[in-house]
Design a protein around this ligand. Structure first.
Ligand code: PBG
Length: 353
């Protein structure tokens, strides 16, 4: 294998060591020479985080003049539409290329048929229109999955306790089309139904949205790290003790992730995503190496919460851990990162200049 051959060049076999001196290379080679000054470290630096790498996920609340805090995600809020606009403008002014919008749907609008998902006046569609009407120069990403709208908190339609695949595809296509009609730039299917990327591509194209991009949550795992997100969009209570293991991936698998990505690429995904982020850097690296696609990582709510709560309790330096965690995604091959730290990270990057 190419990878392991390259690997061996830097890791001589044991016999190479034993035939030569115990510390082959030293003292001629001193790795610390390149690390001794700030300028030298900058000169040899292999990866860097840029503002262009950041996507900011934002939660939207119904009503007006409302900022709701989310106890499991300190520093993250749900904004009503009027307060959302200045936040999105701030992101754009900082140079953040795109935002990902997540609506907290009022409980009375959650139903078994998830009809609110394809209501052109639903909260997320209103938000997309409001951002476009405000003339803000920023990409808008909308999630496609039924969980914000379902009475049971599942991403698909449910019958006799089963999440239905093919019937769900029809609903997802309608959801994608109303979002595109509202002005969404990138449709991001996060539902993990089989065949959804191809179905959505066809639905978008046949409605005249051939230029709307698809960012597929291609390798999305059934992860416990999504807990705080479900609080944020208000689906925790709906899902209750249920789980998503019949469609999201088993955290034990990586070959399967490559099959998932291959299918989404064949079906027309413009960009692919691996999710969660830091616990799945191995998957991210394999996906980038194998497909050379624009590849994104989602630093999910639980990863954010871990850093925030550890810092709040004095165990970690929040700022440094934030930047180190984001750089790890770049090292593993990500072209961009969805992160709740986007604003803070963009400010840090600008401060460095
Ligand atoms: C909806 C969706 C989820 C996330 C993004 N889109 C939750 C889930 O699948 O249960 C998680 C994001 C995060 O945890 O930050 N399907």
């Amino acid at each position: 294998m190419l990878g392991s051959a390259a690997h061996n060049r830097y890791h001589p076999r044991m016999s190479d060591h034993t035939n030569q001196s115990q510390y082959a290379g030293y003292p001629n080679i001193r790795m610390r020479r390149n690390r001794q000054t700030d300028w030298a470290r900058r000169l040899v630096r292999e990866h860097s985080l840029r503002t262009d790498d950041l996507i900011w996920p934002i939660f939207i609340a119904p009503g007006s003049n409302t900022t709701e805090s989310i106890p499991s995600m300190p520093g993250v809020f749900r904004y009503s539409l009027d307060l959302l606009i200045p936040k999105v403008r701030e992101a754009s002014d900082l140079g953040i290329p795109a935002v990902a919008l997540f609506p907290a749907t009022p409980p009375e609008l959650k139903t078994d048929d998830c009809a609110e998902a394809f209501n052109p006046q639903n909260l997320v569609c209103q938000a997309v229109r409001a951002i476009k009407d405000a003339g803000i120069d920023i990409g808008i990403i909308c999630d496609v999955a039924l969980d914000p709208y379902s009475s049971h908190g599942q991403d698909g339609l449910v019958e006799n306790g089963q999440v239905l695949n093919d019937q769900t595809l029809t609903a997802l296509c309608k959801q994608a089309v109303v979002q595109a009609e509202a002005g969404c730039d990138i449709i991001a299917p996060s539902d993990m139904m089989d065949g959804r990327v191809g179905a959505i591509r066809q639905a978008l194209d046949s409605n005249g949205f051939t230029q709307v991009q698809i960012m597929a949550y291609a390798a999305k795992y059934a992860s416990a790290f999504y807990g705080p997100f479900r609080d944020a969009v208000g689906s925790s209570a709906n899902l209750s003790t249920g789980d998503k293991k019949t469609y999201q991936m088993d955290p034990a698998n990586t070959n399967e992730a490559l099959r998932e990505v291959a299918l989404d690429v064949q079906e027309g995904a413009d960009m692919v995503m691996v999710k969660p982020g830091m616990p799945y850097l191995d998957v991210l690296q394999r996906v980038k190496d194998e497909f050379s696609m624009p590849t994104f990582a989602y630093q999910v709510s639980g990863e954010y919460a871990m850093i925030k709560f550890a810092a709040a309790n004095g165990a970690l330096d929040e700022h440094k851990c934030m930047l180190e965690s984001l750089l790890a995604f770049k090292r593993a091959g990500a072209d961009g990162i969805l992160t709740y730290f986007a604003i803070e990270a963009a400010k840090a990057i600008q401060g460095e200049k």
